[in-house]
Design a protein. Sequence first.
Length: 286
Amino acid sequence: MEGLNKVGVVGAGMMGAEIALCFAMSGYEVYMKDATLELAQKGKDRLEGVLDKAIQKGRFQAKDKAPTLNRIIPTDKNKSFKDVDLVVEAVFEDLKIKKEVFSQLDSICKSDCVFATNTSSISITLLATSVRPERIGRFLGAHFFSPASVMKLVEVIPGLETEEETVAFMMDCCRKIGKTPIRVKDVTGFAVNRILHAMWIEANRLVEEGVATPEDIDTACKLGLGHPIGPYALMDLTGNDLNLKVQEILYETYGERFRPRPILKQKVNANHLGRKTGRGWYEYKK
Ligand SMILES: NC(=O)c1ccc[n+]([C@@H]2O[C@H](COP(=O)([O-])OP(=O)(O)OC[C@H]3O[C@@H](n4cnc5c(N)ncnc54)[C@H](O)[C@@H]3O)[C@@H](O)[C@H]2O)c1
């Protein structure tokens, strides 16, 4: 396996574009592919604002903005990935779509190119079957957190047949872009989402029982536990529809302890999805 030179990111949405940015910020050339060139370009355009915010906060230097963005090459062609050393996939959370993406790239990419998926809920071992047996050892999960250009953690998840060399390569790639990787087994929800949703479900029980309001629970977590953001403000950021979907998946695997609470279902039925609909646990000005 060669070192890391060029990177390919598939999906220029919320996660993919910022993952591409992480590599570009560390000096790597990144091909960023979406279904159309327009969508790939749109994803890149959004990064201007992300970098402006980072500059404002003193996390990034203005002089590095143009060279960083120049390293991201939007594309809609698989063949742009022929020389990349690492592919990070961040398309829709849909098994069929992801499998199609990987099987197409399998015939284009170099034989030693590592394939990483940013899936939140699909089994890595199952997704690895999208590629030929020769590549299965170089397939694994790399679960970034939103916003990916800011959050330091990456869960690195080997599938059943992932080679140790691939895990070491991915851990090293994460460190090269300033992230801290942790190794996690291929189980539903990996580690972080299990902790997070267990807490959210308990918070929802507290609200249902009238023990405390969402506002007070957010205050409790910030001032009592040192969390930078409260659970309800975070739920509104991620979206209650997605939160419910993840809890349904966790419930299917782990049973009762992850059963979504009625109050969350009610929020989704009312279209109180969070920031994106202007109302969730809080109200937002449009
Ligand atoms: N949103 C989060 O907080 C978060 C966190 C960690 C992991 N994830 C995972 O990351 C992945 C992407 O999530 P997102 O929130 O960025 O979604 P998103 O909807 O913002 O972006 C997905 C992008 O993939 C593109 N796409 C779809 N099919 C494609 C194809 N066949 N080829 C190329 N591009 C294609 C879409 O056009 C879109 O731009 C999902 O697997 C999700 O579970 C999301």
